[in-house]
Write a protein that binds this ligand. Structure first.
Ligand code: UDP
Length: 239
């Protein structure tokens, strides 16, 4: 699969449809796929922590979540034309699962968040098959994996935050051969539950979610400084 590489971190230059199509053919071949969101913050972390870099680069799809990766691709003449956000990718996969009868498991977030997210998802997609769910504070990993195995799930969303969710996926995918799609979705259950609001459409349309988040939570400034640092390093050509 063709990838673009920014500061040593791979990114898939595929749209939502492109990823769904690839996932579909991989599922038909019984090949497992992992989906991880890439943003400037994660790329900077990956440059400090080789384990994080490996975790990202070993994934099947690295989606360009965030305007920083899109800008980097534009600066470098890459092929990424739009963002693929984690939460919207999850929405597309849910649509795909609902229309193709693939059972879905939800693992992560607080009990009231994951249950509310599922009921909202069921309202919007009545044909969705929910194989099961577990909140993200379950301690017994072996019991959890057995439960997921027995549930018949084919797609799982893991919402534990990064890199915890990706490490969980890496450890457990071998024990879940019938789960063919694993997506680490961070705070997406909070968004689907309606308990956390997304940025208004205007900010989303112009790739300014970072500005909205910064205005609503100024303490994020430190995390957001990763964006100019990332772009600067990409520009000066540091591999
Ligand atoms: N979470 C969890 N178990 C944990 C730690 C976190 O289920 O041990 C959940 C938390 O409740 C929240 C999500 O993981 O729903 C973390 O979201 P965040 O926005 O911090 O993730 P990011 O997208 O920034 O990685």
């Amino acid at each position: 699969m063709v990838k673009e590489t920014y500061l040593g971190v791979d990114v898939s230059p595929l749209s939502y449809e492109g990823i769904i199509n690839e996932v579909k053919s991989r599922m038909a071949r019984k090949e497992q796929s992992t989906i991880i969101a890439v943003n400037p913050e994660k790329v900077i972390t990956a440059n400090r922590d080789p384990q994080v870099k490996t975790l990202i680069n070993e994934s099947t799809f690295q989606i360009p979540d965030g305007v920083g990766v899109l800008l980097a691709s534009k600066l470098k003449g890459g092929k990424i034309t739009s963002r693929v956000t984690g939460v919207d990718m999850m929405g597309r996969l849910l649509d795909f699962a609902a229309s193709n009868g693939h059972p879905v498991y939800f693992y992560g977030a607080k009990e009231e968040v994951v249950t509310k997210a599922i009921s909202e998802i069921q309202k919007d997609r009545p044909s969705i098959k929910v194989a099961g769910y577990t909140n993200g504070y379950e301690k017994d990993e072996v019991a959890l994996v057995n439960r997921i195995y027995a549930s018949g799930a084919e797609i799982i969303f893991v919402a534990l935050g990064s890199p915890k969710q990706e490490l969980w996926i890496k450890r457990n995918m071998i024990n879940l051969p019938n789960v063919l799609v694993f997506q680490g979705v961070g705070g997406s259950f909070d968004v689907f539950s309606g308990m956390v609001k997304r940025a208004p459409a205007f900010f989303r349309k112009f790739g300014l979610e970072w500005l909205y988040r910064l205005a609503s939570n100024p303490s994020r400034i430190k995390r957001q400084l990763n964006l100019p640092i990332f772009l600067w390093r990409v520009l000066v050509g540091k591999k």
